[in-house]
Every structure is written in C-alpha cells, then in structure tokens.
Design a binder for this molecule. Structure first.
Ligand code: N01
Length: 540
C-alpha cells in the first residue's frame, strides 16, 4: 500500500490514525538517543515555534520593536505553516485577501478577491524577507520537548537539532497542522494510493483514475472541482452535508491594484469595509442564531440553482443550523457534483478493502485512490503532551478536561509560555490574522513589562484563568455552535474550546494591554512571586 498512514499497530485501538508529526514527537519522547541530547546548549531570550501567520507575525513585531535575541523554530524548509503544507488543487483562502494579511504589511498586488494558497505563501515569504526574519529561523528543526526549569526560570527546549534554553516560549504552531485520518476498519489493507488533503501527492497523477474523496469540509469542496474533470470516476463519501453559500470570487482589476499601490489609504478603507461586513456576521453566530435563517435561504437557493436533480439536492441539504459547522463558500462545488462521473454516497463507510470502499448498505465501490479530506486534530493535538510546566505536568495533562487558557494566550502553571491561536481564539466569521495580531500586541505588552520592571517571568493566576474561561463558556451558551451539531470546534467533552464567542474587537479590547494584575510576577533575583491581589471580577 502506497501510503502516509501510521503503522497498523499504531492504528489499532486508536480512535484516529495519527500522521508523521505526532509520531515523530512520540518517538522522540521515548528515545534516549534522540538527536541533540549532547549538543551544546544555545541560549536565547525568546523562542518562537512556527513560521505561519502566527510565528512570523510575532517575529516581525519583535524585530520592529528592537528585539533581536530570538529564534524561530521551523520543522520544514520553507515559510508558511498551513499555507505551505496545504497544496491541494484549488487551495485558497475563504476570507477576502485584503483582510487576510498583516495590518502592517498590506499587499496591493493580490490577484483575486480570495487569494490562492501559492500567493499567500509567497506573501508570507516576502514578509519574512522584507522584515529580516530569515536569519532568525532554524530550518528543519522540530521542537521535541519543552520543559520549564524553575531553578533558572527558563524553558529547556529539545529540538531535532539540539538543545537550547529560552526565557520566553511562544507557540505559533497553529491548530490545523496535524492531519486527522479516519480510523476505518481495513484502511491499512488498501493497495491503491491513499493520502490526506494536507499532504497532497503531487507525484501521483489522478488522470483517468477512480478516486474516492472522504469528507465534505472546506478542503474537500475546494479540491473536488479541480480533480473532477481529470478523474474517470469520483466517489464522494459525505457524512454530513455542509452549508454552502456563493463565493463570488473575482480577479482584482489592474486599475484597483495600481490605486492601492499609489494610495495605500484606499486599501485600508477596502479592508475596513470587509472587516465590518464580516464582523456583522458575529451577530448571527453568537447573539442571534435565528438570523441565520436568511443565510440558510440564500444557501438553499444556491443549491437549487446549481443542482437540478431533486435526489442529489436532498442528499446535499444540511439538517442543522447554519454556522454550527464552518460555513463554506463555493461556486463550483455543486456543479462538479452534477457531472456524470461523480457519485455522492451518503451511506456510512463500513470498511476499506484492498481495492474498494464498502458502505453499510453492502455496496462496494472500487477505487484506485482515496483522498482523505477528513480535517485535523485540533483539540487533541500531540504537542501539548511535550510541553511541561512548573510542576512537571504537561500541557496535555493539564488540558485533559479540554484546552483552556487565559485570553487564549497564557496558561496557569506554565510561566512565560504564550500561545498564538490558543484555546477560544478561533473564528467562524472573520480573519484569524486579526486575532493573531491582537495576541501579539498582548505578548509585546508583557515583554515591555518584564523589561521595565526587571522581571524574569510572569505566570497567569489560576483563578484569573478560571474566571475568564467561565465567562467565555457562559457566552458560548446560545451561540450557533451549541445548537446541536458535531464539529471540530468541540473538544472530547463537547465543550467549545476553539472559538471566540463574540465580536473580534472585544478580543482586541481584551488584549490591547498586558494586564499584569492577573499574573504572578517573578523577579530576576528570586523565585518567589510577590503577592499581588487579583480583583475578584476578571472581566473580558
Ligand atoms: O476539515 P473539516 P477540512 N468518515 O474537519 C469528514 C480550515 N480550512 O480540512 O462533518 C467520513 O472541516 C467530516 O464529516 P463530518 C477551515 O478552518 C480553511 O475540510 O464530521 N467522513 C467533514 O466533512 C476548516 O474548517 C480553508 O460528519 C469523515 C470532513 O471529513 C478547517 O481548515 C480551506 C470522517 C472534515 O472536514 C478544516 O477543514 C480549507 C470519517 N471517518 C480548510 N472523518 C480556507 O479557505 C471526518 N470526516 C481558509
């Protein structure tokens, strides 16, 4: 079997097969002879993980503020995080380009309203170069383990290239980097080609092949229109139909790009308009889910206009409140499904055989290749198991009841650890770059405080974190995400620990200043935290 799946033994008893990233972490943890164990210890002030929007954005803002003593740990050999890894045909952003970019580095040259993956990655590369980040990056370097050392109040990092210590550790590894492969009985026996959408096999030509696609999420609906004309037969295995609204993507005319170049203020205005349009949608997602009905009507009309066959339309009609799962944008997904070489299967998959997929109705679908567009491990990623805090417990252990953090950024028991796109910072309606930049401002505020007061470390007080999360979860009640569907937004306990339940400007307001009063402040001279009163009411 040509494959990227984990070994058979690893799959057995596991609810989901894990991909190589997680496997390497696991192996490294149990391997005493792992590389770098005897290497000389490098000391840096700040270690950042990842070169996606989060890690890169953090590095750029540090550089702009005059901080130079930092490294960016990057497991690959190129910039871009999820925008480097996802190269499936048709991969693009479903947030408009003018908004999906750094506020301090608008790109007047976006070619389309919704940028393709290659342009976004090129943009990130360009930013890394322009802001002098490349010399700070340790390429091909994987973080294997991070442990807080309370005696010297630093993070001890073990990477695939050696060990280092850092005063601050900033995780910008992102929530969508660990592919989730379906644990379908017999999948390891498949003799054709099988791969995950985020690990596209460009060396495998799909032309003329019988191809199965499992999943109908954001990745699937983008790739299907691109592969459908090439394959001989496309069988789509749909578990839950997504809500799909028109995308209305279009090229950005040359005159507009020239205008943005000559008069940057015009692009700022265009960006602001898009931001407020998107922000308006939070009203429906968070505060008035019944407002979704209008959008549902739009999506139904879209389906009716594009799919004439009532039986197919019926299969593609969602039965849950729109927004509960990510709302998808596409003008070419439904038309692709109406083509004669496409079949949409809604029966559950029972097993995979060497040449076929068998559904619960007993039908056997012969295929040459299986594409798993089955999403990512989000609330159950491996890395937290290898981040150990002050009392020796890992973030994975601490998060057994579900991931949680203070303002999605700091975790009690983990001094000087900062998370970018941490728990409850994700969005269903607006640009993640806005949230990331809010968090970066917050972390920079912390650095300023450390410098100004000559402190070594900060640690969020558990009660502040608890109060904050209680408020977040309270706000989550009555949102569209708690309306009863299964989604990757929910953790194993059914708690939404991924999304921010509110307007994004509320998050920005909450993070605009580093609120030292909520933290234990640890001085350079002593391990003892000065007693600081925490106001009982920690408001968002
Ligand atoms: O993954 P998903 P994705 N048998 O988790 C199905 C971002 N993104 O890679 O709905 C059968 O959304 C699963 O079915 P169900 C974006 O944030 C952004 O598409 O659970 N089916 C679902 O249909 C997005 O939300 C862009 O019933 C199985 C699908 O697989 C996130 O990435 C583009 C199954 C998984 O959908 C993830 O999107 C692409 C099984 N065993 C992605 N297991 C932008 O444009 C899972 N499924 C910015």
């Amino acid at each position: 079997m040509e494959r990227i799946l984990a070994s058979d033994e690893e799959q057995q008893g596991d609810s989901d097969a894990r991909t190589d990233v997680a496997d390497r972490l696991t192996q490294a943890a149990g391997d005493d002879t792992r590389p770098g164990e005897d290497a000389p210890m490098q000391q840096v002030r700040i270690a950042i993980l990842g070169t996606g929007f989060s890690g890169l954005g953090m590095a750029i803002r540090l550089k702009q503020r005059g901080y130079d003593d930092f490294v960016v740990i990057e497991r690959a050999t190129d910039i871009g995080g999820t925008w480097r890894d996802n190269t499936y045909p048709g991969c693009a952003c479903d947030i408009p380009s003018h908004l999906y970019s750094f506020s301090f580095a608008l790109n007047p040259n976006w070619s389309r309203a919704y940028s393709p993956q290659s342009e976004i990655q090129a943009y990130l590369r360009e930013c890394a170069e322009r802001y002098g980040i490349l010399p700070h990056i340790r390429w091909n370097c994987e973080l294997l383990n991070a442990t807080w050392n309370d005696s010297n109040q630093r993070w001890q990092l073990t990477t695939s290239q050696g060990r280092m210590t850092a005063t601050l550790l900033i995780l910008g590894n992102g929530p969508l980097n660990e592919a989730s492969l379906p644990a379908i009985p017999g999948i390891e026996s498949f003799v054709g080609t099988i791969f995950h959408s985020s690990q596209w096999r460009h060396d495998y030509d799909l032309t003329g092949k019988r191809v199965a696609v499992i999943g109908t999420g954001a990745s699937s609906i983008q790739l299907i229109p691109h592969i459908q004309p090439r394959v001989s037969q496309l069988t789509l295995f749909q578990r839950t139909p997504p809500w799909v609204v028109p995308r209305r993507d279009h090229p950005i005319p040359g005159w507009q790009r020239a205008l943005f170049r000559r008069l940057p203020i015009t692009q700022h205005i265009a960006r602001a308009i898009i931001y407020f349009q998107r922000e308006f949608m939070a009203l429906a997602f968070v505060y008035r889910p019944q407002m979704m009905r209008a959008a549902e009507r739009l999506a139904r009309r879209h389906l009716e206009a594009q799919v004439a066959d009532p039986a197919l339309r019926e299969k593609l009609t969602p039965r849950y409140v729109m927004g509960c799962k990510r709302v998808l944008l596409s003008d070419d997904f439904y038309p692709a499904l109406t083509q004669p070489n496409v079949e949409v299967i809604t029966e559950r998959i029972r097993e995979v055989r060497p040449h076929s997929i068998v559904t619960t109705d007993g039908n056997e679908h012969e295929v040459d290749a299986i594409i798993c567009a089955t999403g990512f491990h989000v609330t159950d990623t491996k890395l937290p198991e290898f981040i150990c805090g002050r009392d020796g417990r890992s973030l994975g252990e601490v998060w057994q009841a579900g991931p949680s953090a203070y303002k999605g950024t700091a975790v009690a028991g983990f001094p000087n650890l900062f998370l970018l796109i941490g728990p409850n910072t994700g969005l269903g309606h607006n640009s993640m770059v806005y949230m990331i930049e809010s968090q970066i401002t917050y972390i920079l505020g912390c650095l300023r405080l450390l410098d100004r007061r000559g402190l070594q470390a900060v640690e969020i007080r558990p009660e502040a974190q608890e109060t904050f999360n209680a408020q977040v979860q309270q706000r989550m009640q009555g949102t569209v995400w708690t309306s009863g569907c299964a989604s990757w937004y929910l953790d194993a306990h059914g708690r939404n620990s991924t999304l921010w339940p509110g307007f994004t400007w509320l998050f920005r307001r909450a993070t605009r200043r580093f609120d030292a009063a909520r933290y234990q402040l640890i001085s350079r001279q002593s391990n003892e935290a000065p007693a600081m009163a925490v106001p009982a009411n920690t408001s968002l």
